[in-house]
Design a binder for this molecule. Structure first.
Ligand code: TPP
Ligand code: SF4
Length: 287
């Protein structure tokens, strides 16, 4: 399979220069190098510019309600855990309406991969502040001189605190690292999260490609780096400003949800026989 085999015959409608293009290219490269079977791969997105990625990919895919990619992805994975399940969406989608689902997917260690396109703004609805917008960020919704007064959510810290077993931060301008992290995340058995820093060239004029280029630094070059150490990962996650570490913050192994339940672990639900199940009594009660 080549990356172009994943394309559908539609032209993406993202603005010229949008970081979503780089994430789209990186995902296709990662899927190609892992030689994923497109018929065994499912992509679940929310709603937003970033969530349109599913409209352009020749996998099984579903564009869910805003903030609902993770519960749908969870359902797919638990029904058939032979599938590779990837969820994707924006920072608004994942850290706003989707926040409750994010927490529970992580603590259950559902074996899915979650790529968050973090542009620190609501792109599709044209530039309101999002849960990851910096303090003081001036947007249409949070005008000058005050800007955004709400404390931002740090996706990496949040993922570490609620039990995600693979946590990384990437920058779309460092494609080689992004592809490699995507490959590792998809291969990881458990809930894997990548916070992908992605410029919105139309509505976020602060966190630009240049702004990130001046700040991002490979985490493995930083003193004391140890991706097996949760406390260290949390310390690095606190760095946001002059230096922003990018790379794998933390990885650990613990039983996934599907492996913890006997009714799921021996065989996917979708493959289990149902001809010996009689629901007549149940149906009678419902009438
Ligand atoms: C329940 C619900 N609330 C609000 C909306 C409107 N809405 C659509 S996309 C979006 C925000 C998109 O921002 P983000 O998730 O950060 O993605 P981006 O467009 O920046 O990639 C909102 C608020 C909606 N579709 N459904
Ligand atoms: S509005 Fe922003 S996030 Fe949406 S396509 Fe344009 S540049 Fe990308």
């Amino acid at each position: 399979m080549a990356a172009h085999d994943i394309n559908l015959p539609y032209v993406p409608t993202w603005c010229a220069g949008c970081g979503d293009y780089g994430i789209f290219m990186a995902l296709k490269k990662a899927m190609t190098s892992l030689n994923l079977d497109l018929e065994q791969t499912v992509l679940a997105t929310g709603i937003g510019c970033s969530s349109k990625i599913g409209q352009y990919m020749n996998t099984y895919r579903i564009e869910t309600l805003h903030g609902r990619s993770l519960p749908v992805a969870t359902g797919v994975k638990l029904a058939n855990h032979n599938l590779t399940v990837i969820a994707e969406g924006g920072d608004g989608d994942g850290m706003g309406l989707g926040m409750g689902h994010f927490v529970h997917t992580a603590r259950r260690n559902i074996d899915i991969t979650y790529f968050i396109h973090n542009n620190q703004i609501y792109g599709l609805t044209k530039g309101q502040s999002s849960p990851t917008s910096d303090l003081g960020a001036v947007t249409k919704f949070t005008p000058a001189p005050l800007g955004n007064v709400e404390h931002p959510i740090n996706i990496v810290k949040m993922a570490l605190n609620v039990g995600a077993t693979f946590v990384a931060r990437a920058f779309v301008g460092n494609s080689t690292q992004l592809v490699s992290l995507m490959e590792q995340a998809i291969s990881h058995p458990g809930f894997a999260v990548i916070d992908i820093l992605q410029p919105c060239v139309s509505f976020n004029h602060t966190n630009t490609y240049q702004w990130y280029q001046q700040r991002v630094k490979p985490i493995e070059e930083m003193e004391g780096y140890d991706p097996a150490d949760l406390e260290k990962a949390l310390t690095f996650a606190g760095l946001w400003g002059e230096q922003i570490p990018i790379g794998l913050y933390y990885q650990t192994l613990r039983p996934t949800f599907q492996d913890s339940l006997p009714q799921l672990s021996h065989q996917p639900l979708a493959k289990q026989k149902i001809d010996n199940i009689d629901i007549t009594n149940l149906m009678q009660k419902l009438y």
